[in-house]
Ligand binder design. Sequence first.
Ligand SMILES: Cc1cc2nc3c(=O)[nH]c(=O)nc-3n(C[C@H](O)[C@H](O)[C@H](O)COP(=O)(O)O)c2cc1C
Length: 184
Amino acid sequence: MFKLMWGITGTGYVLQESIDLMKELQDNFNIDLTVILSKEGSAVVKWYKKWLALTEAVKKVKVEKTPNIPFYAGPLQIGNYDLFIACPVSANSVAKIVYGIADTLITNCVAQAIKGGQIVYVFPSDQDTEPIVTSRPDGSPLILKIRDVEIENIKRLNQMEGIVVIKKFEDIRKLILQKVKEKS
Ligand SMILES: Cc1cc2nc3c(=O)[nH]c(=O)nc-3n(C[C@H](O)[C@H](O)[C@H](O)COP(=O)(O)O)c2cc1C
């Protein structure tokens, strides 16, 4: 079985799309999916009223207690997972990752996986230079300006060893299916 680890941080961007994709992948492919969330990731999923949808779609949903609890940094570091994707990744987590800070579940898993020689696939929510259109928890559109610091951090992220930045959400499905095919 293909072991997929999917990390979610505290951003409302592509949440429903991510849950839909998780569901579709599990229904159609032999995928053992674990979803891990930063504390704020779980808070934001609840803000957007997606908690039920997520936990109905995925059996293994684990929320950060500390950067090392639940303990996934070790298993990720030694390659126990076939693929580790972090999506969506907040500007906060991107900033931490690029400066080597590992004080949340997701940023710690990213850091330790890379230290173990693994590749981590990251889909940041704020990666365009243009303002992004996201949605408020009530579903209405929200336009957010991307600050220079975020653009700089995305550039750093693109240059980081062990990180592959995913530019378009659609590419996540392609990536997973390609990796599943390679393993089978
Ligand atoms: C409803 C809601 C939506 C948010 N959307 C975003 C977002 O789109 N992008 C972002 O970078 N942060 C967003 N945030 C702020 C982050 O959740 C916040 O920076 C938090 O510290 C991120 O923690 P984490 O990176 O450990 O998950 C949002 C927060 C809330 C409450």
